[in-house]
Write a new protein. Structure first.
Length: 435
């Protein structure tokens, strides 16, 4: 985790003290269940809670023990015994390390998902607000980076709103999928521990029992989770790239807010660069980079190997912390985005009416021209305009073959900008409902 791109609430989920607190709760809840089953003394379970519930675990001490034992869970249990005393011998009865590690990881991932869902709500709120603000602000649509037909800036934001709505739905599903608990013993058979212990711990930790585990919770669940984070990151980058393109000097239809005292370049005082959007592109790449190891972690030897562990120690905190930061940055970027409708109109007019070419093409076919002939008629009048040698409507009016099908008034009607925007309300209702 890099402090520059880290928000405290998400970072705290992955701090050692938080991890050890979760480990303790898993062990203590398991002890409660074991006590109720008569496997360990009830007094021992009460002592574990009484002596360690409010304890601050000595991270340095646990690290010191681990340097000798080369085992993190044993190091923690040794330190816990130093706090609890003799009754600590009843802790971890019938359990294996992965019962603690995997259940803890899933608690952390569900907590992280809750923060990310709140972040998505901020992004959605900003997109909705600005979409309605510019619902009917006309701008040029582009395909292959080239002027195509008119859209509105509100529609561009509505596209993103719909995409992030799907992102939220996917993350809710991914959270549910990863929210499982395994307290099933060395190879998942419950040979040394009753399944009722797992059910008790799962309920206490806000999880559900894993239907069947080996020594670990199956990693296809985690692959799903990190894949969803990767898709969300791609959605972040999609809108970031759109803003970067719109901020180019030759376009300048929108740009990032530039605060008082902000500087864009150490060498050129005039610069106002899309640094936030570019930053979001870089952060998105990092989140997506963790999708591949998450997929590869699904493939473990037999009931378990440790090849997934080192990757998860990095990808868990890094992917969630980075995406958390990126989503909050995106929400602020959209909320403060500077929009220039006059430049949008200027760019719309830049090609001398060529954006209406399809409508002319269709009108010619409706008047009796074959599609092939209509295409040739439109294209031969469009190409001079493309080269800057005239106005599209003027050239069409002068074309004798075109005039066989369409008079001046009919041609002029085909250049109505509002024609392209007549279904904006319909699209908005589909995306935002009737609000």
């Amino acid at each position: 985790m890099i402090p520059r791109y880290t928000r405290p609430e998400m970072a705290s989920i992955w701090e050692p003290q938080t991890r050890f607190k979760i480990w303790f709760e898993i062990e203590a809840h398991a002890a409660d269940a074991l006590a109720e089953l008569g496997t360990i003394p009830k007094e021992a379970a009460r002592t574990v809670w009484a002596k360690a519930k409010d304890a601050t675990f000595d991270v340095a001490r646990i690290d010191e023990i681990e340097r000798e034992t080369k085992h993190d869970v044993i190091a923690f249990l040794t330190h816990l015994a130093e706090i609890v005393g003799p009754e600590a011998r009843f802790v971890h009865q019938g359990m294996t390390s992965s019962d603690v590690l995997d259940t803890c990881l899933n608690v952390q991932l569900t907590r992280a998902a809750d923060l990310l869902l709140a972040d998505l709500d901020k992004v959605l709120a900003a997109l909705k607000k600005r979409a309605f603000e510019h619902k009917m602000t006309p701008t040029i649509g582009r395909s292959h980076g080239i002027h195509a037909e008119p859209v509105t800036f509100g529609l561009k934001l509505a596209y993103a709103y719909a995409e992030f709505t799907r992102a939220k739905e996917r993350l809710i599903a991914a959270r549910k999928e990863v929210a499982t608990c395994a307290i099933s013993g060395a190879v998942g058979t419950f040979a040394q521990i009753d399944p009722r212990v797992e059910a008790h711990v799962a309920k206490a930790m806000g999880l559900v029992p894993e239907p069947i585990s080996t020594q670990v919770i199956p990693r296809d669940r985690h692959a799903m989770y990190f894949s969803v984070l990767g898709v969300i990151a791609s959605s972040v980058e999609r809108i970031a790239v759109e803003i970067r393109h719109m901020q180019r000097t030759e376009v300048l239809e929108a740009e990032e807010f530039f605060s008082e005292g902000q500087k864009g370049s150490s060498a050129m005082p005039h610069k106002r660069n899309p640094v936030l959007s570019e930053n979001l592109t870089g952060l998105s790449r990092m989140v997506r980079a963790y999708v591949t190891p998450a997929l590869e972690n699904v493939v473990l030897w037999h009931e378990r190997d440790i090849s997934h562990s080192s990757a998860e120690r990095m990808m868990g905190p890094d992917a969630t912390v980075t995406l958390d930061f990126a989503l909050v940055r995106l929400a602020g970027l959209i909320d403060k985005l500077l929009v220039y409708p006059a430049n949008m109109q200027k760019n719309l007019d830049r090609l001398g009416g060529l954006v209406h070419s399809q409508r002319v093409l269709l009108a010619l076919t409706q008047k009796g021209a074959s599609r092939e002939d209509a295409y040739k008629l439109v294209q031969r009048n469009a190409m001079p305009v493309w080269r800057g040698e005239g106005d599209f409507l003027v050239l069409l009016k002068k074309d004798a073959e075109v005039k066989k099908y369409l008079n001046d008034a009919e041609l002029e009607e085909l250049f109505d900008l509002g024609y392209h925007l007549k279904h904006v309300d319909t699209i908005f209702k589909r995306v935002f409902g009737e609000s």
